[in-house]
Write a protein that binds this ligand. Structure first.
Ligand SMILES: *[C@@H]1O[C@H](CO)[C@@H](O)[C@H](O)[C@H]1NC(C)=O
Ligand SMILES: *[C@@H]1O[C@H](CO)[C@@H](O)[C@H](O)[C@H]1NC(C)=O
Length: 354
């Protein structure tokens, strides 16, 4: 793409991006709400809070101990896990969100591949930007979507644009990976947290720089399932085995009351103690959605430009976004970014040192 083409295209893409980005959320609101038999969400009165660690002490301690144990990664090269070749059941016969195309269940065979053990962190992404001077799409567009519950009253007072059906998403001028809640916010206390506000295009650029690629949808789901057949979550069918939190999702009533019982109102550090059967870290600290590459031929439509998103986020609640299941999927345009969207990379062969 030439610079001449990029300028006007980028300007025109902004409004389209605004609407397209929200479509999956609308679908989620309708689909999951109907499936769960719960009413939709009421008006949003979230109080601003983004800091980690104001939830239950025990959970917070577990996360931070795990984060400390894993420090020492550098150069944008987190560890990768070899996922062995195998056959698994992808999708489900019991789709929870019909419009997303979660079904049917089908057997899919995969060769072995490597998957990042953790999501790409702010530190990883900063290494990439330091080395390349890369500018993300959110930075070029000049805005990105931020969950209202994370914004200060001052930032909110400046925004006069919202989408009626999903009023908790606000386009914030100046929001980017460096400033996740807009100007004045910073990642300095969150270098081990997943990088946010990266588009599919940005994620791909990072992975290529690291000598990797984005995972396919099948690879992501295979990694998520961790060797368990036909389970809802990476660890089984129960959301909270023995009352423990295995994922960083929303507790309380969305979007007005985030009780942060799992220890986090927003993202949590990418590094955790526990892994699933394949050694990929899919629990208990799944924090953001993961961007995926274009679909492999046996699972995807032959044409189209949207990209698949898999996984849940700290904003996910069964009542409106039951997407933290392995079979769940939604879509986004390649240039969309948001405050709950991160990624991890994959590779076909062992990555060398950079
Ligand atoms: C990126 O560069 C800045 C400025 O030189 C430096 O302070 C920072 O530590 C670098 N980040 C990483 C992850 O290397
Ligand atoms: C939020 O939910 C918790 C748990 O249900 C409740 O104890 C608390 O009072 C609620 N807070 C507000 C502000 O509604």
């Amino acid at each position: 793409v030439t610079d001449a083409a990029r300028g006007p295209a980028a300007k025109m893409a902004a409004p389209a991006r605004l609407c397209r980005c929200l479509l999956p959320l609308l679908l989620a609101a309708m689909g999951a709400g109907a499936a769960a038999g719960t009413p939709g969400t009421a008006g949003c009165g979230c109080s601003a809070s983004r800091a980690a660690g104001d939830g239950r002490e025990e959970a917070a301690q577990r996360y931070s101990a795990a984060a400390a144990a894993g420090s020492g990664r550098s150069g944008g090269q987190g560890p990768m896990v070899l996922i062995p070749a195998g056959v698994f059941t992808m999708g489900t016969q019991e789709p929870q969100i019909q419009q997303d195309g979660e079904g049917p269940a089908r057997r899919v065979r995969l060769g072995s591949f490597y998957m990042d053990q953790y999501e790409v962190s702010n530190r990883d992404f900063e290494s990439f930007v330091n080395a390349t001077g890369y500018v993300t799409e959110a930075e070029k567009f000049g805005d990105s979507f931020v969950f209202e519950g994370m914004l200060s009253e001052a930032v909110k007072a400046d925004i006069h644009q919202a989408v009626a059906a999903a009023p908790w998403w606000l386009p914030v001028k100046g929001a980017s990976w460096r400033h996740p809640e807009g100007p004045g916010s910073s990642i300095s206390s969150r270098m081990d947290h997943p990088v946010l506000h990266v588009s599919w295009n940005d994620a791909l650029a990072f992975c290529r720089w690291a000598g990797k690629r984005l995972p396919t949808e099948a690879e992501w789901e295979y990694g998520c399932r961790g060797g368990l057949e036909s389970r809802l979550f990476p660890w089984g069918n129960k959301l909270q085995p023995k009352g423990q939190h295995y994922a960083n999702i929303w507790q309380g009533e969305f979007p007005t009351n985030n009780t942060a019982e799992d220890g986090y109102k927003g993202t949590a550090p990418v590094i955790t103690e526990s892994q699933n059967g394949l050694g990929t870290d899919f629990s208990p600290n799944r924090v953001t959605m993961w961007l995926l590459s274009s679909l492999p031929p046996q699972q995807g439509p032959p044409s189209g430009t949207d990209r698949v998103k898999k996984g849940g986020s700290y904003m996910c609640h069964k009542s409106y976004c039951y997407r933290y299941r392995c079979a769940a999927r939604s879509q986004n345009t390649p240039d969309s970014s948001a405050s709950n969207l991160g990624f991890r990379c994959a590779a076909s062969s062992a990555p060398g040192p950079r």
